[in-house]
Design a protein around this ligand. Structure first.
Ligand SMILES: C[S@@+](CC[C@H](N)C(=O)[O-])C[C@H]1O[C@@H](n2cnc3c(N)ncnc32)[C@H](O)[C@@H]1O
Length: 201
């Protein structure tokens, strides 16, 4: 059931796991500690922090232990993070809460399929971070469900835009996202690519 095999400090594709216990981050938030190690490079964590600044509402798709959600919650008003937990990653919602996520008071954690949540979600969203199931149809499903909720001027960030491990994410973005006229690429750091939503021209 558990698709991750964490041993030591490397991700399955040989990159170092972000481990705040070993690399205090970020300097401006000395009290911050993440619930546990997560799957972000340090440069990606810093990038997320910068993009999350002053955003009113962020939706984080794929909680895992809450690393991306907790980093963004330091500088955003509210973060909603969604995960199917046991159905995909072998963790329970309670485990992740006890692991530390409950300490972040401006995070709302939802146990559900992310696309299901979108069906009845009506608030405008300033930033979405897509990092759930990395198969083509699932990344596309997350994008199609959540893109309409993002405000004009808001941001859409994808994790794992890379060729050598999660090539389906890259294929979806190259085939169906970069080509859109209502989006522009605004940043790329590590394996995260960021887009801004443009108004209708
Ligand atoms: C790569 S991890 C997320 C890592 C997290 N962003 C971090 O910073 O550590 C992907 C997560 O997406 C979740 N997931 C998979 N399919 C999902 C779905 N349909 N809806 C919501 N979450 C899903 C998995 O359970 C897993 O915890």
């Amino acid at each position: 059931m558990n698709k991750y095999n964490f041993n030591g400090d490397l991700t399955p594709f040989g990159m170092p796991l972000w481990d705040v216990a070993k690399q205090p981050f970020p300097e401006e938030f000395p009290e911050y500690h993440t619930p546990t190690a997560g799957i972000l490079l340090q440069c990606e964590a810093v990038m997320l922090l910068e993009h999350a600044r002053e955003k009113k509402l962020i939706v984080d798709i794929g909680t895992f232990w809450g690393l991306s959600a907790s980093i963004m919650s330091l500088v955003a008003e509210q973060v909603i993070t969604i995960d199917v937990y046991m159905k995909f990653n072998g963790l329970t919602y309670e485990q992740v809460q006890r692991g530390g996520l409950s300490k972040f008071k401006n995070i709302t954690a939802i146990e559900s399929d992310a696309d299901e949540v979108a069906r009845t979600f009506s608030k405008p969203v300033d930033l979405i971070f897509i990092d759930a199931n990395h198969e083509y149809k699932n990344v596309k499903g997350n994008f199609d469900s959540w893109f309409p909720k993002v405000t004009v001027g808001g941001e859409i960030l994808f994790h794992d835009y890379q060729v050598y491990f999660r090539d389906e994410v890259m294929k979806f973005i190259n085939d169906e996202v970069i080509t859109r006229k209502d989006l522009e690429v605004i940043d790329k750091v590590g394996t995260i690519i960021a887009f801004r939503k443009l108004g209708n021209k």
